[in-house]
Ligand binder design. Structure first.
Ligand code: BGP
Length: 493
């Protein structure tokens, strides 16, 4: 294959960054917002801070959008908080919540930044869980429909790119981490009923978007971790295919083809699993046609065969940021994940593998031939200010440079990719390691200890924004539409 020295990006390519409401906003009890299930989950991650304050984006909206504009963004991917918009079971719309997002969207549009908006990024209102039964109950579908309709009607005049549900696959495949399995007695079987209800919510949102938003486009957001076989042993290839099915392919096939795959139906039959499909469900799923696939991709995994006699092992993520604490899963008779000797690892034991982004874009384009956008990709690290109050995050620059180069190669390979939004714009709360695990182009000058103390004192810290070196580097790259790379590229070799 022959490539230009640097890959070329389309003229109208959208460059931005990404966030999620519960991880960035804070202000969890302000202006009528009620608790979300993820608020409670975040309280189980001590000594790290919970999401009460996070990056305090709620009180820094204008400043944050001004920084995005300064960096040169043409897109920003964020999520809406369901309990800020529909705080109680009477279904009344909280106008203060609508105003908050109206201001954010207007501010973005005023700076020519395209909003890319996720409906659901883990913050189900607690009232949905307690009064309706949450994802375990079909009553949640109507509540979600009301919420989605409210969002499309309120913001659809300005928001044209919508995302339905963030990482449904990860919420199911790793149900404990985000608390989705809470309250289920038999997660092995129950996960498929929960999954089916989420699929019906996704399908409902897709159809509503097309009905209510003029020119509106909507897609799902799978968390993609490409799986490589550990060797050329034939059974390692089957193991990689199994891991791919059970962590991502099952979901992507359902979104694109509007039906459960033969692989999944056979698995249900062989294991006596009833996913709770009722009359009309299959028609609803088949009627929901997505417009694009949004991709979250940080890393790759490597799979090896695991015989039926192998000892099962649950996946244990690294909860401290001390290297070597992640435990890979073993699924007897299907696969096990193993360390990849060809890549380096972050302090949280995530593979640093830029080629995985090219692979995943190629994979999705080849399988589904739908436009793609990158909604998450990024480097989590421990970070501190130096004596001059600056943050020199060269490791993040290296990660982003290599990943964006691979994204460019995927585009040169023929993939249709419309936008790149790394995680995250500012530092924000990680799913399990507070603000200690930082991803931002912009530093939030607060620690987990300070956030914990602020909760006791009731005084919100200033959460000062400081541009990291990666902010300046990214700005040069995106304002030149991918020509100013500011350093050498390893070409993945
Ligand atoms: C994705 C989630 C994000 C974000 C990111 C980084 O799976 O969509 O919400 O948190 O992962 O993960 P973590 O915060 O665990 O480092």
């Amino acid at each position: 294959m022959h490539y230009n020295q640097h890959p070329r990006f389309p003229q109208n390519f959208m460059w931005g960054a990404s966030s999620a409401a519960w991880q960035v906003e804070g202000a969890v009890a302000e202006d009528g917002r009620t608790p979300a299930i993820i608020d409670l989950n975040s309280k189980t991650k001590a000594p790290f801070a919970d999401n009460s304050i996070a990056a305090d984006h709620y009180h820094h909206v204008k400043e944050d959008v001004a920084l995005m504009a300064k960096c040169g963004f043409s897109s920003y991917r964020f999520s809406l908080s369901w309990p800020r918009i529909i705080p109680a079971s009477n279904g009344e719309v909280n106008q203060a919540g609508i105003s908050f997002y109206n201001n954010l969207i207007d501010e973005l549009k005023a700076h020519n930044i395209e909003p890319i908006v996720t409906l659901y990024h883990y913050d189900m209102p607690l009232w949905v869980e307690e009064e309706l039964g949450g994802w375990k109950s079909r009553a949640t579908i109507a509540a979600f429909e009301h919420y989605a309709r409210t969002c499309f009607e309120a913001f659809g005049d300005r928001v044209k790119y919508w995302l339905s549900i963030n990482e449904q696959n990860m919420q199911i495949a790793y149900g404990d981490w985000l608390g989705v399995s809470k309250g289920c007695n038999d997660w092995f079987r129950d996960q498929w009923r929960v999954n089916h209800i989420i699929n019906l919510c996704h399908a409902t949102a897709v159809n509503l978007c097309h009905e209510l938003v003029e020119g509106g486009k909507i897609g799902p957001v799978p968390g993609m971790v490409p799986i490589y076989p550990a060797s050329s042993h034939p059974m390692d290839q089957i193991a990689a295919m199994n891991a791919e099915e059970f962590t991502e392919k099952i979901w992507n096939d359902t979104y694109v083809f509007g039906r459960y795959s033969n692989f999944l139906q056979a698995y249900w039959r062989n294991n006596n699993i009833d996913p709770g499909i009722e009359p009309g469900d299959e028609e609803l799923m088949a009627s929901a046609h997505i417009d694009f696939i949004a991709v979250n991709c940080y890393r790759s995994n490597t799979a090896k065969w695991a015989p039926a006699s192998a000892k099962p092992q649950a996946y244990q993520l690294n909860k401290t940021g001390e290297k070597g604490k992640l435990v890979f899963p073993v699924v007897p008779g299907a696969y096990q994940l193993v360390r990849n000797p060809h890549v380096e690892y972050t302090d949280w034991d995530w593979e640093i593998d830029p080629v995985s982004l090219r692979y995943v874009l190629r994979y999705l384009w080849d399988h589904y031939q739908l436009p793609l956008m990158v909604t998450e990709n990024g480097f989590g690290a421990h970070e501190h200010k130096d004596e001059n109050g600056e943050i020199h995050d060269q490791a993040r620059i290296n990660y982003l440079r290599e990943n964006i180069f691979q994204l460019g190669l995927a585009i040169e390979d023929g993939c249709e990719v419309i936008s790149y939004n790394p995680w995250s714009f500012t530092d924000l709360l990680s799913t399990g390691n507070g603000i200690e695990k930082r991803y931002g182009l912009v530093y939030i000058d607060v620690t987990d200890d300070e956030l914990n103390q602020a909760q006791l004192s009731g005084v919100v810290p200033p959460c000062t924004r400081i541009e990291k070196d990666s902010f300046t580097w990214y700005s040069k790259l995106i304002t030149s539409n991918g020509t100013e790379w500011g350093g050498d590229i390893s070409h993945g070799c």
